[in-house]
Design a protein around this ligand. Structure first.
Ligand code: APR
Length: 235
């Protein structure tokens, strides 16, 4: 096997063929809901009901979708690498749970996940699959009005950055799948990987804002590109 220690970053493109809207496409999520209203601390302070409504729609939509062959191929890759003494670090910017449902065991949700809630007072986190309201009480400290979706909003620090930087420093290959390269710090992982002299590969439907930073680019839908590439790696 040429690569035993691989870091993968996924974005909305990997879940697009499962039926989850991407953010920046025509008619994408940010066109219908202004980002500053539903994905910033300021937006939440101004209109918490709108923000809960936005994430309730997203959470409900999870129940109508299933993982596609790209998610499943990455789960297969994880198992294959572990069997051969290697390791996969799977980082996603997605707040859906399709990697987990596709079989991946260890997923880093750097932008949080829809199925988790967070109390802004005591920092208790809990799994939650149904609708939420602004006035719901925290199950741990009982304080009302300060429970929010466990999502990293614009202006907030993404989760697990130390683990991600260590994984990039230790890997043989960094792969980016289905992301526009528009949002930092994730958009900068390719430069970080290059700085550590790692091989880099992009799999995306079309050229992204960061395509030129990658040593290799493959264009096409994730549901066929990813399984093909995984077969090559595990060969
Ligand atoms: N297969 C592969 N790539 C695809 C597919 C597909 N079937 N469909 C779309 N894409 C690509 C698009 O070409 C685009 O480059 O996926 C990318 C999606 O880009 P965005 O909508 O910008 O989503 P993403 O890169 O995940 O956004 C990053 O921005 O708004 C924030 O927090 C949000 O996590 C998100 C972050």
């Amino acid at each position: 096997m040429k690569y035993k220690n691989i870091v993968i970053l996924t974005g909305a493109g990997i879940s697009a063929e499962s039926g989850i809207d991407t953010f920046r496409a025509e008619g994408g999520l940010w066109e219908n809901y202004p980002v500053e209203q539903v994905a910033t601390p300021e937006g939440y302070a101004k209109d918490p009901d709108l923000v809960h409504h936005f994430y309730n729609l997203r959470r409900a939509a999870l129940k109508t979708v299933t993982p596609n062959p790209a998610h499943e191929a990455l789960a297969h890759l994880e198992t294959g690498l572990v069997k051969s003494g290697g390791c996969l670090t799977l980082i996603t910017q997605n707040v859906d749970d399709l990697h987990e449902r596709g079989g991946s065991k260890d997923v880093i949700h750097m932008h949080g996940i829809l199925t988790s809630m967070l109390c802004a007072v005591c920092e208790h986190r809990w799994e939650h699959y149904d609708d939420t309201q602004a006035n719901m009480p925290c199950p741990a400290c009982s304080v009302q009005n300060l429970c929010r979706p466990d999502i990293v909003w614009f202006g907030e620090m993404p989760y697990h950055m130390r683990r991600i930087e260590s994984a990039l420093a230790a890997c043989d290959l960094f792969v980016s799948i289905g992301t526009s390269g528009a949002v930092y710090p994730a958009a900068g992982f390719v430069q970080m990987a290059r700085g550590f002299n790692k091989a880099t590969l992009e799999l995306n439907l079309e050229s992204s804002q960061g395509s030129h930073y990658f040593q290799e680019n493959r264009l096409g839908p994730a549901s066929s590109l990813v399984p093909q590439w995984v077969d090559e790696v595990l060969k």
